[in-house]
Structure formats: structure tokens, C-alpha cells
Design a protein around this ligand. Sequence first.
Ligand code: NAD
Length: 366
Amino acid sequence: VTIGVARESAQGEARVALTPETTRKYVAAGARVRVQRGAGAGAHVPDQAYADAGAELVDGDALADADIVLCVQPPAAHAIAGMKPGAVLVGALQPQADESRAEAIRSHGIVAFPLERLPRTTRAQAMDILSSQAGMAGYKATLIAAQLAPRFFPMLTTAAGTIRPSKVLVVGAGVAGLQAIATARRLGAQVEGFDVRPETREQIESLGGKFLDLGVSAAGEGGYARQLTDEERAEQQRRLAEHLKGVDVVVCTAAVPGRPAPKIISAAMVSGMKPGSVIVDLAAETGGNCELTRRGETIESGGVRIAGPLDLASMGALHASEMFARNVYNFVSLLLEGGGLVFDWDDELLAKTVWPERGEDPAVVP
Ligand code: NAD
């Protein structure tokens, strides 16, 4: 099989879905690997490193003759239309987000595996791009907060007196939130976290954070949170508003799969916060947890800085790519057998991830 990787075309995307490390693995598995020149530039991977790992460097189109195309964000519709009919496309594809792309996938018979659809089972952990990329996003969100804050994070005892540590609150303790908590702890802040899933208490505490109990528990299906009822939300809001008055930094990471980010911090709550406080809203991409968040901007409201950074994982493109590429390799290795391409539709990791969804008889498709 031939594997093709083009330069990412989405604005702000610095990651790459193939590294020299995974190139070696594909080559060892009998694949031919073709990489467009400059594909790794955003992640600081030189072309020569791919060549040394056994890839062919391509000046023009690296996708047209590929059986498997690897990407971080999906190629443009015309690039998908230029792929071989029946070829495999793997990445963070979000096919429903763009009708022309979805149509290109359907009409060219592309076998698309949007990895964000992967079931989050134990076996799939090594392929889980949501987790690996959320880790980088949570880490960077805390660093941005530290950068914007007019304070130290750690406690300092100096000749000029004692500096009290910053109080950091992390909203949502999923993968990104836990990494945000760990990062704030490493910087020496006093950290609290809360989530609506009760099992996060232990996880927050194991990182040296304190669980902030807002009296709401809303575990949903598949280990995710469910949306709160109006009463639950009101209770959470009331307790949180009071608590925020004493917090210096908030990192927001709350999400509910398939829905806009829950609005947790209202404008009124922000106006009750101390001047010099900082909110970094990692959920900005899906609308933000704070009512005042603006996508991709940092604004100030009543002395509180509110940042809504986008492309957080791209800010750590080198390590984010390393993890993403390993996730992709672990998934693609399910398709590679004896140097050829095989689809075991009895494997739920394939059957549940493939898009468009297969009908009653998945065996009829390529
Ligand atoms: P996510 O990005 O969907 O959500 C982030 C967090 O926001 C979640 O912890 C959620 O509970 C929380 N949240 C939602 N609404 C909230 C509200 N109103 N107030 C406060 N918090 C709110 O989640 P994620 O980080 O992708 O992962 C969620 C769960 O999935 C975790 O339990 C994680 O351990 C699990 N997971 C399992 C696997 C696996 O086994 N393969 C892999 C990754 C994640």
C-alpha cells in the first residue's frame, strides 16, 4: 500500500499526522510512504528526517496515488475529490462540519475514519486523538493563564516580603482539565477543580488539587457528562459566583460531547471577580464556558482578562504531532496486513469509526 501525507491546509494548523518515527513503522510494515515537502515544517520536522526514515519526498500532489491518506485536519473538498476512489482517509475529519467535504467523501467512495468517532474503550486508548491533543491543550491553557496574570503562580518568600500563591480554579476535569491542574500545580499555584462527574474528585486530589464541591452530580452515558437540568445549573451558578470572588485564575475546559460548550461563568460572575483576575477558556472553540469569551481573542472586562485561544494543540505542535502520529499509526495498523489493506468490519474500532456509517451489512463496502 501507498501512504500519502500532504501539508495541512487549515489555517493555524501546525501539526502533522506522520513523524519520522511512524514513517519507519509504516515502512517496516511494508508500506510505501510519500510525504509532500514541507509537511512537517509547522511541527519542526525537516523533510530530510522523513527521507532518512524511508519516505519519498513529493513536490506536488502526495495524495493522488495514495491508498491511505493521513491528516490532522481534513483536506479541502477538491483534494479529497482528487484521491483514488475507495482510498482510506484517517484524521480528525469532522465530516459533518463541512457539507462540501462530506459530499466529496461520499461521492468518491472514500473510506473515511474520523478518529474523533473512535469508541473510548481501553483498547482504543492508544489511538485516542481526543485525549492526546486535549493533554497539550490543557497544558498550554494554563501557561497562557500564567502569562496573562499580573501575579506569580508560586508562593515566594523573598527579601521584599512574602508573595501568596495564585488561586487557580479549573472548570471541568476531563483530560484537558486534569492536565491544566497538573500544570498549575507544577508552577506552584493553589489549585482547585470541579466537574459534574463525581469520580473526578479522586483524580483532582491525586494531582494535588482540591475538589470544589458545587453540589451537582451529572454523570451521563459512556463516562461522559450529561447536560444539567435548569435547577442543577442554577445551584451550580449560585455557589460558583460566590466562590469566584476569591479566585485569581480560571481555566475553563468543560464540554459535553456533540453539544456547544456549557455556559458556566456568566457576565455577572465575571463582574464579581477581582481586577487582575484571568480567565482562559479552552472551550472557546465550541462557544466557550464563559459568556464573555470571544473566539481567538483576549478581551478585558472590569479588569478581568478573558482569553479564548484557538489551536492550543498546535501551539505545542512538535509533541502534539508525535502523539497524534502514534495514535494514527496504532489505528492504521489495524488495516495493514501482509503489506496490503484489509477491513475487518467485525472489529468495532473500525465499524464504529468509519464514516458514512455502514448499513446493516458492512461487508458490502470496500
Ligand atoms: P470532554 O472534553 O467531553 O469534557 C471535559 C470535562 O467537562 C468532562 O470531564 C465533563 O465531565 C466536564 N463537564 C461537562 N459539563 C460540565 C459542567 N456543567 N460543569 C463542570 N464540568 C463539566 O471530556 P474528555 O476529557 O474527553 O473525557 C471525559 C471522560 O472520558 C473522562 O472520564 C475520561 O477519563 C474518559 N476517557 C476515557 C478514555 C478511554 O477509556 N479510552 C479515553 C479518554 C477519556
